[in-house]
Design a protein around this ligand. Structure first.
Ligand code: HEM
Length: 430
């Protein structure tokens, strides 16, 4: 998805824009549309040619209100536009597609093992993975950071879940196919074929992993879920499969795009790159700005549990309401100069990880991984240069870059550290 400074022209015809169209995010630009909606139609109804419809909220405080209030906006009927008009079979079984108290019972134990403190021992492992990922830069050739980044979450979430390294490539492909089924790089057939096939393969895969971990739990997240109790009982097989799927999807289809979009923003704003290189202590705020800037999860959906009025618009029980996170993160009422990439931005209460009960349970892991990556990358690379066209993912969910070819000038110390990591463990499997 392109990230531009939106112009506030009167020319935006909302009737001509379909925000649910995956292709719009590959070739179009939602930012001027969202800017127009925030100003003129903050609660807007879109009706698709097949009669399905959804409300869009685009302002920060409305996105906050919708995501935070599970009593008025339920997650149990599905949270992505891909299930609009249907039923979500994972409803009330998967943490992301349930409401309290089911949600709370699932989330409490999971959030403990995914807390910042619990993940600290994995820090050195993540650093090693980052060094191995950067190996292609050693020979001075072209490195596609978007392609490399697509495998990055497997290296930490896959490891944490105890998934074999030889499966990573395929899992990264399948999870992306599930959210970008019409993208030319992932499409296998017309209609819902690609999505259904990706789901089928992922569920079959995790079904096997769950069975394996029943025999041999080991010290990993799947084994933990198998042994975990929610509300005094063990999870059923389908609940285990859905939650494994959700954890991997949550990591794979978001984190890579925060990496690529942040690097692209730094190429476009070289003074911010120099500023970061001059002060690595800026890493925490810079990572947060990269998250706000990229907003890798474009939207989350809810369904109204009762009739209500939202900013003057009557919403009926059962209506779908989509919260556009990328728009909320550019809301000029909340962020000063929102189209400026500022690595020291403060305050920066972005909504990239959501709000309320479903606030991303993987946020500590994502922050550790992104921090580790940029703590290696920023001092290592004196300057990145674009080496080809930037390609965007056709997905209404992931604000994604799928190709960002670069060349880089490495510092001599970085080249030595990367060389040593590769000599010890080999490059990350590609
Ligand atoms: C930059 C990286 C990431 C971004 C931008 C992101 C974004 C989000 C957002 C916006 C939500 C809220 C969903 C909602 O309100 O319905 C969420 C929830 C979730 N995320 Fe992430 N996520 C990231 C990384 C991860 C990682 C690394 C994992 C896996 C460890 C993960 C797993 C999940 C899960 C399981 C949920 C559901 C939580 C719940 O329902 O309580 N995410 N994520």
């Amino acid at each position: 998805m392109r990230i531009t400074a939106a112009c506030h022209g009167p020319e935006c015809d909302l009737g001509a824009v379909d925000l649910s169209d995956h292709d719009f995010y590959a070739t179009g630009d939602p930012h001027p549309v969202w800017a127009h909606m925030r100003r003129h139609a903050p609660v807007h109804l879109s009706t698709l040619p097949d009669g399905r419809s959804f409300w869009s909220v685009t302002r920060y405080h409305d996105v906050d209100a919708v995501l935070r209030d599970h009593t008025r906006f339920t997650s149990s009927k599905g949270t992505l536009l891909s299930v609009l008009g249907g039923t979500d079979p994972a409803g009330n079984k998967m943490m992301a597609a349930s409401d309290p108290p089911v949600h709370t019972a699932l989330r409490k134990p999971m959030s403990k093992v995914l807390s910042h403190r619990a993940l600290q021992p994995h820090n050195p492992q993540v650093r090693r993975v980052v060094h191995r990922m950067l190996a292609p830069l050693l020979d001075g050739g072209v490195w596609d950071i978007a392609e490399a980044g697509a495998r990055f979450p497997m290296a930490f979430t896959g490891t944490l879940m105890g998934l074999p390294e030889e499966d990573w490539e395929q899992l990264a492909r399948l999870t992306t196919a599930a959210i970008a089924p019409q993208d030319a790089g992932y499409r296998r057939s017309e209609g819902h074929g690609t999505l259904a096939a990706a789901h089928h393969e992922l569920f079959a895969y995790f079904s096997g992993q769950v069975r394996r971990r029943r025999r041999d739990p080991g010290d990993n997240l799947v084994g933990f879920l198998v042994g975990m109790e929610a509300d005094g009982r063990a999870l059923r097989h389908d609940e285990l499969v859905y939650n494994c799927y959700s954890l991997l999807l949550g990591a794979n289809v978001t984190t890579p795009h925060a990496v690529a979009a942040t690097v692209l923003a730094l190429i476009e704003n070289p003074r911010e790159w120099d500023r970061w290189r001059a002060g690595l202590s800026l890493t925490s705020t810079a990572v947060e700005e990269g998250l706000r800037w990229s907003s890798p999860a474009n939207h989350f959906m809810r369904h109204a549990t009762r009739d209500m009025v939202l900013r003057g618009q009557p919403i009926q029980e059962g209506d779908a309401v989509v919260a556009w996170l990328g728009s909320a993160n550019r809301d000029e009422e909340v962020f000063a100069d929102p189209y400026r990439f500022d690595i020291a931005r403060s305050p920066n209460r972005h909504v990239a990880f959501g709000f309320g009960p479903h606030y991303c349970v993987g946020a500590p892991l994502a922050r550790i991984a992104l921090g580790a990556l940029f703590r290696v990358l920023v001092p290592a690379v004196e300057r990145f240069t674009l080496a080809g066209p930037v390609e965007h993912l056709a997905s209404n969910f992931a604000a994604g870059i799928k190709s960002l070819p670069l060349t880089a000038r490495l510092s001599p110390e970085a080249a030595r550290a990367i060389g040593a990591a590769v000599a010890e463990d080999g490059p990350v499997i590609v």
